[in-house]
Design a protein around this ligand. Sequence first.
Ligand code: ZN
Length: 461
Amino acid sequence: MSMFEDIPVDVGVVYEGERIRFKDTQVELGGERAEAKFELVRVKGLDEIEDGKISVIGPDIKDMKEGSTNPFGIYIEVAGKKVEEELEGVIERRIHEYCNFIEGIMHLNQRYDIWLRLSKKSFKKGFNSFHVMGKVLQRLFKSELPFIEKIQITFITDPKKVKKMYDEAIKIYEARDAKARGMKDEEADAFYGCTLCQSFAPTHCCVITPQRYSNCGSISWFDGRASAQVDPKGPVFAIDKGECLDPFKGEYTGVNDVIKEKTMGEINRVCLYTAFENPHTSCGCFEAVAFYIPEVDGLGIVHRGFKDVTVNGLPFSTLADSTAGGRQVEGFHGLSIEYMRSPKLLQVDDGWSRIVWMPATIKERVLDFIPQDMVDKIATENEAKNLDELKAFLQEKNHPVVKRWKAMPVEVAPKAEEAEQAVPSLEVPISGIPISAGGFEIILKDAKIYAKKVVIRKVKK
Ligand code: ZN
């Protein structure tokens, strides 16, 4: 039974979280193999929009080769008396949710990083045009966000046009992000929470503050506020900060209460500015991962678009697997690019003074936000391709982590309070010997572990 009579496939919440494997894919839109992709929402005047209009620029689904990957853009224009430009980011983030309501559509990530698949099964049922998708999206947007009075959608698959609009979209995202800069968490009267990713990561709840952007990098504190105002019962909601337990770590009673409630008691404490002790959970759509490199006692950062392996020999996908799922994994931390521009970036862990490696493209993007004296001390793939090269580089540049090396004892005895918490165990499947420690934190320093894949799981009591 379909939610809409004239739509050949079913539409509903049950399809959220549906994964479509490549062999079951009719067409892939965006994703790693596509050069350019984007999704963008713009607010227009009521007289500028033809409500219900759907356009396709470039080949439609039926004209695409089975199993092909295509450049892709979704451009949505909305209007309404109560629709302000401030809502663009929030409406845009809903594309992810509503696309995933459609049987046979998988939508991952956001903004310039979108990745969609349409299943062969749904294609055979008659889903062979973007007009089908456009109709569903228009109806969902209007019924779920009633303040939208008019909506028109353009799907772009023409490679040149996608690239051109992608360049424009990047400028618009940047302008949105810049708006929230400068405001401090301490000054905010409330924070905002987002559970949009719970369909893929059931125990994830994003805490969005002025100085900590959502993991996906597409919802700022201003976006959160705008969303909570127009749709207070929606997946983005206000969080009463409560009492600040620790301003340096970023722990608030109000945040802990909300996390506990939204994760059904799975997670009880979150410190906003650390990757180690009670870190923020990581969903699956984070733009980048900060990962601990025990050999140098520093943190590396890698973003989704980095195609090579990182300095420790693991690619983004493996590190992301170790991080994702709504868990708190010490030493593996999903984050947004915008959070790297925040003065509070992992400040508990020493922030930029602890970061030792990141891809050159990302370093370039956040360059103005790296403290002057650290810029030359952080390696990229151009300076260090493996851990030996990294060690030599850090030593040569006298990176602050080098001081930590001198005092590198084997740390076994945790503080009493740390022993209380659930602690991740470390499994190295290749050797078949899991290193797990009930109630103790084991920090492996100066250890060499070679593994195809690292799985870190929280130990259930
Ligand atoms: Zn997410």
